[in-house]
Ligand binder design. Structure first.
Ligand code: SF4
Length: 218
């Protein structure tokens, strides 16, 4: 199966439970959600004029709207050519769950990788059983109950205190389960950071600060 890929790179995971873990990022192109504060707006549309070849894609070093259809064999070939050593693969976007990720995650696992998907939770999640699913609910969008129940962590973006109301609603779905909740301030906003620290402390949740942005890495 071919996937529309915006970029692939090796870095350190800067968010949520796996913060600090060396990881290969596979960013898929396409997202119908359109959050106001999205920091990957260049992934929203799969425009044909932005389509490039596999050879061009693997040379990309900056983030932009260019993308390419790539199959799993070529994804694995790129990892091998670049001699990337991380064993954790983050499939992100865009919204990766607009695509069926079962084949991709299963094949990566067969090669010894641990897969993680980062999703808004608004689309049905199709991936291997062992894939770590990070759901990042968007308060103006309809998060699917099935996505919340499938998730391994909830990473919730915060700008204002009232944003927590939607999270409380989401947590009702998993009420009797011990849950990993991460609060993440939007765009390194200082006020949002203070709200996150306050509620992480009160609720015994965890803070996700987008470490890569402080380290000035991809
Ligand atoms: S779901 Fe993710 S990629 Fe899509 S608009 Fe929202 S933040 Fe951006």
């Amino acid at each position: 199966m071919n996937y529309p890929i915006n970029e692939m790179f090796q870095t350190i995971q800067g968010e949520g439970y796996y913060t600090g873990t060396p990881a290969i990022f596979i960013r898929l192109q396409g997202c119908p959600i359109h959050c106001k504060w999205c920091d990957t707006k260049y992934t929203w549309k799969c425009l044909s004029e932005n389509k490039i070849s596999y050879e061009e894609l693997i040379k990309k070093t900056t983030s932009n709207q260019k993308w390419s259809y790539i199959n799993i064999t070529k994804i694995l070939k790129n990892i091998q050519i670049k001699e990337w050593t991380a064993k954790h693969v983050v499939i992100t976007g865009g919204e990766p769950c607009i695509y069926n990720l079962l084949d991709l995650t299963e094949k990566l696992e067969e090669k010894g990788f641990k897969c993680q998907i980062e999703t808004s939770g608004t689309k049905k999640i199709k991936c291997s059983e062992n894939t770590w699913v990070t759901v990042s609910p968007k308060k103006d969008q309809k998060t699917l109950h099935t996505s919340i129940l499938r998730s391994n962590e909830i990473k919730y973006p915060i700008l204002k205190e009232e944003d927590l109301l939607y999270l409380e609603k989401i947590l009702l779905i998993v009420q009797n389960k011990k849950y990993r909740v991460f609060l993440q301030p939007i765009s390194q906003n200082q006020q949002a950071l203070e709200i996150c620290i306050k509620y992480c402390t009160i609720k015994n949740w965890r803070l996700s600060i987008q470490l890569h942005k402080y380290l000035l890495i991809r």
